[in-house]
Design a protein around this ligand. Structure first.
Ligand code: COA
Length: 263
């Protein structure tokens, strides 16, 4: 599949549908995919005819998170992590700052940033076979993009510590119980279409004002948290634990942190 096809775009009524479409790599997000999605969010922002952005994966897979091969390349230039040129940061900023409502539909796995990005969406629906995980610590990394701020607010400290320190899979039911998703539904397409159609029929300016007010309290905190996390993330990315995690993933073995050369 050509890189350009890894993001499929559809305009339907007043909705801009962004489909992650790289199933052979479990929809791992390459830097090129981030760049495309950032451009699309920019288009949505400036096009008055678009009232809602919908983000979804393919059947059975939302995304396996950052493309670990692309991501490992960042090790050689960690200073780029907090640069506006970093396509991941540019995308997450565009997502967090988008003035129009964003609906995410999750079927199958949502790993790492695939779960983190949901914290910046407005409505999230998932199927019963959806699962979520935040395996940053598993990879020798730390929480990112304000997840260390937003998850404890959502689920409380002990649940946030469980999700983030243990990095275990979170079931759809648990995600629903702790407010990571609005609803776990049997027929994701039909159910979400009803909600999306309702959203596009709502008064658009009132929806945008509502979104701005809902995010007003956390806006500055989110930006501060992103900055703090990136400092720790940069250190971790250059460290031996992340190197061992990436090697283990591509060698299809379990990471062995007892042998890593910690300093
Ligand atoms: N980056 C790069 N490639 C990835 C990837 C990622 N995040 N996730 C999956 N892939 C690739 C695999 O290397 C494999 O490629 P191959 O067929 O060339 O060997 C292919 O996608 C299928 O993945 P596989 O692991 O065989 O699928 P699975 O159904 O057994 O498991 C996951 C799916 C998502 C649980 C598993 O792929 C996984 O844990 N991925 C890594 C998740 C991760 O750590 N993301 C980063 C978070 S910051």
């Amino acid at each position: 599949m050509l890189e350009a096809e890894h993001i499929r775009v559809e305009r339907q009524d007043a909705g801009l549908y962004i489909h992650l479409n790289r199933p052979e790599k479990k929809n791992a997000l390459s830097l090129a995919m981030y760049e495309r999605m950032t451009a699309l969010l920019g288009e949505a922002e400036s096009d008055a005819a678009i009232r809602v952005v919908v983000l979804q994966g393919v059947s059975g897979c939302f995304t396996s998170g950052n493309d670990l091969a692309d991501f490992a390349q960042l090790v050689s230039r960690p200073e780029q992590l907090d640069s506006p040129q970093n396509p991941i940061l540019a995308f997450m900023n565009a997502l967090a700052r988008c003035s129009k409502p964003i609906v995410a539909l999750v079927d199958g796995v949502a790993v790492g940033i695939g779960t983190t990005l949901l914290l910046h969406c407005d409505l999230v629906y998932c199927s019963a076979q959806a699962s979520f995980s935040l395996p940053f610590v598993n990879l020798g990394l730390c929480p990112e993009y304000a997840s260390s701020l937003l998850i404890p607010r959502l689920a409380g400290h002990v649940k946030a510590a469980e999700w983030l320190m243990l990095g275990e899979t979170i079931s759809a039911e648990e995600a629903g119980r702790f407010g990571l998703v609005n609803a776990v539904v049997n027929d994701l397409d039909t159910y979400s279409q009803q909600k999306i159609q309702r959203l596009v029929r709502q008064a658009p300016e009132a929806v945008r004002v509502c979104k701005r007010l809902l995010k007003a309290e956390t806006k500055v905190l989110v930006e501060q948290s992103m900055t703090t996390e990136i400092e720790d993330f940069k250190k971790a990315l250059a460290g031996p634990e992340f190197a061992e995690a990436v090697a283990a993933f591509f060698e299809k073995r379990e990471a062995n942190y007892s042998e890593a050369n910690y300093s």
